[in-house]
Design a binder for this molecule. Structure first.
Ligand code: AMP
Length: 437
């Protein structure tokens, strides 16, 4: 007999099983609630796009585009196996590019006011998997697009993020902010940085040496210990911002203070994507080891234009859901989540019809109910109820059916009550309101 292959999830991907999936749903629902309270609405985007969309927006020189995308020829439109880059499609490594594409494609610039969108879903990057770093991971992101680049918009987006994190109990975090200038002041700074870096080239590792020419800003977020002292002495962007950028950054800080948002300046926060201008920010959470960034974001004025749309200002962020949830789990600060409310322990075939009817009513009342499809011995039944974590066992025997009064047993302390159908529904509903708010 040939041995059966044991299939396993591909390295860097994972299954999210119950009860974790309940925690994930709660986390995502909390994001929806908070974001919608700020008048953001959801956009649902495709999982794959033309490769060139990402190359153009994220940047061809970035790690994401140059080595991490899952790209393949789109055989449905091209029978030619040697399809050129225009025919390549990629699993999305992030969703800002798709949001911009959709904004342009649907003429959303014509909508009144700022366009405030959020999204959630899986992203794909071919990275070396480790704790908190996966090849399929999940992000929740938000974007504001429109004609204004007022610092109040940046501040509101950051306030919303901080409000969400506090709502889900992700409190052991630090928010870092920076301004990386715009097309008026950044090119000079980048040249200055490049010139300074060339002087110390020999003391830098291979990656940083390469980046001196390709993307010197990225040297600033190097984590290599030997490079830290050298980087600390490099010229700081804050000292080379043009007046408009300096004023924008100062106003942003005022706005954040007005809104009670705590932050720290970090002049080395440049972010790995090419499209950022002015404001950049990142949130770091405790207890995650080296992969401790739970959110990154920034302003990207000009990105819509770069993709062929009208001149548009934009700002957004992406939360790493996997890491944020990991951090909540590690802190032990977990919410009380709904589980199985009632296990229906029916005994005797003559009670089955009553059990089915009552189960239906309890479910209609919003309770989570488990009804065994086959008759079970009393003891086995209660045992299973316990193992499934049910809060109550509803005992339905021939006595109960005859008298119309059912036994509700609270499994935590074995407290028992005899209740009519009406009382039972009343009791469980009010009890659920009490425990779940
Ligand atoms: P980025 O799109 O690179 O700015 O990332 C935004 C956030 O997504 C990061 O702060 C992380 O929390 C999360 N993230 C990025 N890449 C990964 C990955 N490979 N695995 C898990 N989370 C990730």
């Amino acid at each position: 007999m040939t041995e059966q292959k044991q299939f396993r999830a591909i390295k860097g991907t994972r299954d999210i099983l119950p009860p974790d999936s309940t925690l994930w749903n709660w986390f995502e629902q909390s994001a929806r609630d908070v974001f919608e309270s700020y008048n953001f609405r959801e956009i649902r985007l495709p999982i794959f796009e033309e490769t060139s969309l990402f190359a153009r927006s994220v940047g061809g020189e970035t790690d994401i585009v140059s080595k991490e995308m899952y790209s393949f020829p789109d055989r449905s439109t091209s029978s030619d196996a040697t399809a050129d880059a225009g025919d390549l499609i990629s699993l999305r490594p992030e969703a800002t590019a798709s949001t911009m594409r959709a904004y342009i494609e649907h003429g959303m610039h014509a909508l009144p006011g700022n366009v405030k969108l959020y999204y959630m879903g899986p992203m794909f990057r071919r990275e070396r998997p480790q704790k908190g770093r996966y090849r399929q991971f999940y992000q929740i992101g938000a974007e504001v697009l429109g004609q204004s680049d007022a610092p109040a918009i940046d501040a509101e987006v950051i306030e919303m993020l901080v409000t969400f994190f506090s709502r889900v109990g992700l409190t052991r975090t630090t928010l870092y902010i920076n301004s990386i200038g715009d097309k008026n002041c950044r090119p000079q700074y980048v040249e200055l940085l490049r010139a300074e870096l060339r002087k110390v080239k020999d003391q830098l590792g291979a990656d940083s040496q390469r980046r001196i020419e390709t993307n010197p800003l990225r040297v600033l977020d190097s984590k290599i210990p030997q490079e830290q002292e050298i980087i600390a002495k490099l010229p700081k962007i804050s000292e080379h911002l043009c007046d408009a950028c300096r004023e924008h950054f100062a106003k942003l800080k005022e706005e954040l203070k007005l809104r009670g948002v705590n932050f720290q300046d970090n002049w080395r926060l440049v972010r790995g994507l090419d499209y950022y201008t002015r404001t950049t920010f990142e949130v770091i959470a405790e207890g995650l080891g080296s992969q401790n960034a739970v959110c990154g974001g920034g302003r990207y004025d000009g990105l819509v234009e770069l993709l062929g749309g009208p001149p548009t200002k934009g700002i957004g962020f992406a939360i790493g859901t996997d890491r944020a949830i990991l951090s909540i789990q590690e802190s032990g600060n977990l919410p009380k989540l709904p589980g199985l409310d009632v296990f229906v322990a029916w005994m005797g075939l003559e009670t089955y019809a009553t059990a089915v009817g009552l189960t239906k009513k309890l479910r209609e009342a919003g309770l989570s109910v488990e009804l065994p499809g086959e008759e079970m011995k009393f003891k086995k039944s209660l045992n299973l109820a316990d193992k499934l974590g049910a809060r109550y066992a509803l005992i339905i025997g021939s006595d109960e059916v005859a008298t119309g009064r059912f036994t509700l047993k609270r499994l935590a302390d074995a407290d028992q009550k005899k209740l009519s159908e009406y009382e039972l529904l009343e009791y469980l509903e009010s009890e659920r309101r009490g425990t779940r708010g």
